[in-house]
Design a protein. Structure first.
Length: 178
């Protein structure tokens, strides 16, 4: 079993994140010993979507403007349609994501989560996957897109959708423990 003790993972999300794509990886990472901090555009709580319906909320630990990349071992970007679209419009969020690539720290994104990576301009030459509806956007950003349940290329691990969460969770624990 991979051990994530002494690893602090940033989860960057905002209102409209896909509930299962935050909750399932966070549980797996915590079970492996990681400390998790929810980073968002605002303080307080952020609300999830479950399918097409608003659902549960999670407490935000820090706003992205308060967060320092040096405090984190890795970054998780859950999907949802609304969430990454809002994140990619925020300069602080985009710079936070970009800094993980500049420091070559592990980054994991699932479903629509990779949309934020497009704005961070970190996808040129990366092999990855995502929800199929954003494949063309990722290719246009320079990525080599594959229809596979989980793909790791260097420091980036990506997955397609909630059906792939078991494989995604297993892989991010492996990658984040390095």
């Amino acid at each position: 079993m991979n051990n994530l003790e002494n690893k602090k993972i940033a989860v960057l999300a905002t209102d409209g994140y896909e509930q299962s794509e935050l909750e399932s990886p966070v549980k797996a990472l915590k079970d492996a010993g990681a400390t998790i901090e929810i980073i968002s555009l605002k303080s307080g709580e952020i609300r999830s979507m479950s399918g097409h319906d608003w659902s549960d909320s999670v407490k935000v630990n820090k706003t992205v403007s308060e967060a320092n990349i040096e405090d984190y071992s890795a970054l998780l970007l859950p999907g949802g349609v609304i969430n990454p679209d809002a994140l990619r419009e925020d300069k602080n969020a985009v710079n936070f994501v970009k800094s993980f690539f500049e420091k070559n720290k592990p980054v994991a994104a699932i479903c629509h989560g990779p949309q934020t990576l497009i704005e961070a301009d970190v996808l040129k030459g990366k092999t990855m996957t995502s929800y199929k509806s954003i494949a063309t956007d990722l290719k246009n950003a320079g990525a080599n897109w594959k229809d596979e349940e989980v793909v790791t290329d260097g420091n980036l691990t990506t997955s397609r959708n909630p059906d792939d969460l078991p494989a995604f969770n297993k892989r991010i624990i492996e990658e984040f423990s390095k």
